[in-house]
Design a protein around this ligand. Structure first.
Ligand code: ATP
Ligand code: MG
Length: 430
């Protein structure tokens, strides 16, 4: 029969690779807890209107990257989430969560965008995101940046730089928009097809173009930062002061605009030069108008999202060693008839926290296989100890314990009726 393959741009995450993911997720959970950000989970499918309204109609995501479909049963227009902020906001509004004050939240999970698959760019990819809703002060923008920076350090990630910018407020953007249109009209010959199409609908988006032939014209375009009023400038410098006080190095990138329309004031990206053209590992900013746009009572908010695949790829690039999971002990079993009893003993060990892998032949009716072969498997499992359940040992109500890592250590015996007394000695990290 013809073999079926995964959808293009969507990856299976299998062992041993999945251990890196679990390690990473554990670090994230731990760190989010230290900043008192609480986990939330929203559906992977949302009404299409949520993204059209939330992200903006004239954005790469909404124009060409969404997996949208009609529900066959009731005709509802649905979309596989391309990002999670809109869903978080929808849920927070739906559950009136800002009623008793601001909320610090985080999520992790798969996102879907129909992009051209390449290194660091997939059609199903994963994000971790942190969102602080209901707070307007610059200190929370800075807290989120500090949190991300701390995450890089706890992962052992190096060579990540921080770029920041301010997108100001809508009225400031309006003045800039006019200047931008005038400027691009003047250079219309140099614009690519996308840019021409967006010239009047969303000229700011042109600054986010990935087309390198437009680099020059984009670089000399009017800068939004020059159109900012006093309040917007003060907000940005407050963020910068807090970063400085925390020795976080940043650069101001006046062309940083981000891919969604919902941002205002602070925007930022963490970028590396070690992943080729997919160098942005994390991006975020303030989105004070999104909650209202999605139908909630107006409230400020700020957040970021990181790309898990890119972060893990960068860790690999930097040859960061991530502990591979291994059992504490590997159970070598001489005869299959002893399995019921042996499995009961292993069960007791696991209840006491010991990680034990049992030797399992493809078909135990043919026997357990030679002890030599079992020891080979035990060694390959990475376990510290072999537990030897020979018929002799079992007759004497004992199990043999042999270190797999210290060849000089002699095999010893432990009494089965006193598991509680020695189980924990198997948990030494070797
Ligand atoms: P890019 O400019 O690389 O397309 P973006 O601005 O579209 O990124 P965001 O929507 O801000 O990205 O998402 C936050 C992060 O998610 C990105 O910085 C990146 O690390 C990751 N990311 C975005 N799209 C993809 C993708 N298709 N595959 C893998 N990771 C992605
Ligand atoms: Mg993109």
């Amino acid at each position: 029969m013809e073999k079926l393959a995964a959808v293009k741009g969507m990856n299976d995450i299998m062992p041993p690779e999945s251990a890196r993911w679990e390690w990473f997720e554990e670090k994230v959970r731990d760190l989010m807890g230290r900043y008192a950000y609480r986990n939330m989970r929203t559906p992977i499918i949302e009404p299409t209107a949520l993204f059209v309204r939330g992200l903006g109609e004239v954005t790469d995501i909404v124009e060409k990257e969404m997996y949208s479909f009609d529900d066959r049963l009731n005709g509802e227009q649905l979309t596989l989430r391309p990002e999670a902020t809109a869903g978080v906001v929808r849920a927070v509004v739906e559950h009136s969560m800002l009623y008793e004050g601001g909320k610090r939240l985080y999520y992790m999970g798969p996102m879907f965008r129909h992009e051209r698959p390449q290194r660091g760019r997939y059609r199903q990819f994963h994000q971790v995101g942190a969102e602080a809703l209901g707070f307007s002060g610059a200190e929370i923008d800075a807290e989120l940046i500090l949190l991300a920076d701390n995450l890089w350090r706890s992962l052992g990630l190096k060579n990540v730089r921080l770029e920041i910018n301010s997108l100001g407020q809508p009225n400031e953007r309006k003045a800039h928009r006019e200047a931008l249109i005038a400027y691009f009209e003047h250079h219309v010959d140099l614009l690519d097809e996308d840019a021409r199409r967006r010239l009047y609908s969303n000229p700011l988006r042109i600054l986010d173009s990935k087309n390198i032939t437009m680099k020059l014209i984009v670089e000399s375009a009017p800068r939004l930062i020059d159109f900012l009023g006093e309040e917007s400038r003060a907000h940005l410098s407050k963020v910068q002061n807090i970063l400085d006080a925390n020795n976080i190095v940043w650069t101001l990138n006046p062309r940083l605009v981000r891919g969604m329309d919902y941002y205002n004031l602070t925007v930022f990206e963490f970028i590396t030069d070690q992943l080729g053209s997919q160098g942005t590992i994390c991006g975020g900013g303030r989105y004070d108008y999104l909650i209202e746009q999605i139908g909630g009572k107006p409230a400020p908010a700020v957040g970021w999202a990181l790309g898990v695949e890119r972060v893990l790829e960068l860790l690999k690039e930097q040859e960061q060693v991530i502990p591979a999971p291994a059992p504490d002990a590997y159970a070598v079993v001489q005869i299959a008839a002893d399995l019921p009893r042996v499995m009961n003993i292993l069960q007791q060990l696991r209840e006491r926290g010991v990680c034990v892998q049992m030797h399992t032949p493809a078909n135990s009716i043919d026997g357990m296989g030679s002890i030599k072969n079992q020891f080979k498997k035990a060694d390959a499992s990475g376990a510290c100890y072999a537990l030897i359940f020979g018929s002799d040992e079992l007759l004497r109500q004992c199990v043999g314990v042999k270190s797999l890592r210290d060849s000089k250590a002699a095999q010893i015996e432990k009494p089965l009726e006193a598991i509680a007394e020695w189980a924990s000695t198997l948990q030494s990290n070797c």
